[in-house]
Design a protein around this ligand. Structure first.
Ligand code: NI
Length: 296
């Protein structure tokens, strides 16, 4: 599903006035709920030492080799559907109050480049969140199964990527329910997050689901800049602890930008978490980013 010709202006017209309020509310919710919803320090202390810690100190070259190796090995070994039996390597719980976290998010797939992206993420033991389109899940169910098996989070990005503000309440619900069904059929998982296409929502849209509406705080504009260096540079320039970064894994240029993003951010001490992990399992009603006040 190509987004190239679509305008991607997240907070258009009707939503604009509400957006400032929504940002303020989200920030407030994040601040007030942060402490109670994140992992308690005692829990964090009980967690095993970070098995992936060494990755942050490994050289970039080694990591690139690892990524390439993972790609080769996988050759998308995905034996028919080993995904059903594969389990992600256990990973200690990350407490985003005390470490720098970033949530990489990938929209509009699954698609033909998603498997390559999964290999890059695996090389860094990075978790990400995939907001998938129902129509593409039907085309690539095995890719989605492998995504879930690798430990990534899946979000609902509607069936056919409409501007939900233009739909009736029943139309909005239908977009979400159909997508939930195909995701569940492919993976056994029902997504706990929703990302409205174009970031466009209003009160009517919001009332059709109790799930968090996940937007973003860093837009790479990768649908416009089909250039890996530009996409990586935009992500690296604007990232902050708690950022939610928007990418689209339907563009090969975006997928090719990811090793550089992972290498650079890992060196800077970032941990790559899912959107739910970023909020200790309890994202607020509307998500732009998390800015835990405890972080430097
Ligand atoms: Ni989209």
């Amino acid at each position: 599903m190509d987004t190239g010709t679509r305008p991607r202006l997240p907070f258009l017209d009707g939503a604009r006035r509400g957006t400032a309020r929504a940002v303020a509310t989200a920030a407030l919710v994040a601040m007030t709920c942060g402490a109670s919803t994140l992992v308690a320090p005692s829990q964090a202390a009980r967690a095993a030492p970070p098995a992936g810690a060494a990755l942050n100190t490994a050289s970039g070259a080694a990591l690139d080799t690892a990524a390439a190796g993972a790609l080769g090995a996988a050759a998308f070994a995905a034996p028919g559907d080993a995904a059903g039996t594969a389990h992600p390597r256990p990973r200690p719980r990350v407490d985003c109050r005390h470490v720098k976290c970033v949530a990489l998010t990938f929209d509009d797939g699954p698609g033909p480049y998603t498997d390559t992206l999964l290999a890059y993420l695996a090389a860094y033991r990075a978790r990400a969140t995939f907001f998938v389109v129902g129509g593409n899940v039907v085309t690539y169910p095995r890719v989605l199964r492998r995504t879930v098996a690798a430990g990534h989070e899946i979000g609902n990005h509607t069936w056919s990527h409409p501007d939900l503000r233009r739909l009736s309440p029943a139309g909005v619900r239908s977009q979400l329910v159909r997508t939930d069904r195909v995701i569940q059929a492919a993976t056994g998982v029902v997504p706990r997050l929703v990302r409205p296409p174009y970031g466009a929502f209003n009160r009517t849209v919001r009332r059709q689901t109790a799930r968090p509406l996940v937007l973003w705080s860093v837009d790479t504009l990768d649908w416009r800049y089909r250039n890996s260096a530009t996409v990586a540079r935009r992500a690296l320039r604007w990232v902050r602890p708690g950022s939610v970064i928007l990418f689209h894994d339907i563009h090969p240029t975006t997928v090719r930008a990811i090793p550089r993003v992972l290498r650079n951010l890992a060196k800077r001490g970032y941990r790559f978490v899912t959107v739910s992990e970023l909020f200790g399992g309890h994202p607020p009603r509307v998500v732009f980013s998390a800015t835990p006040p405890e972080l430097p």
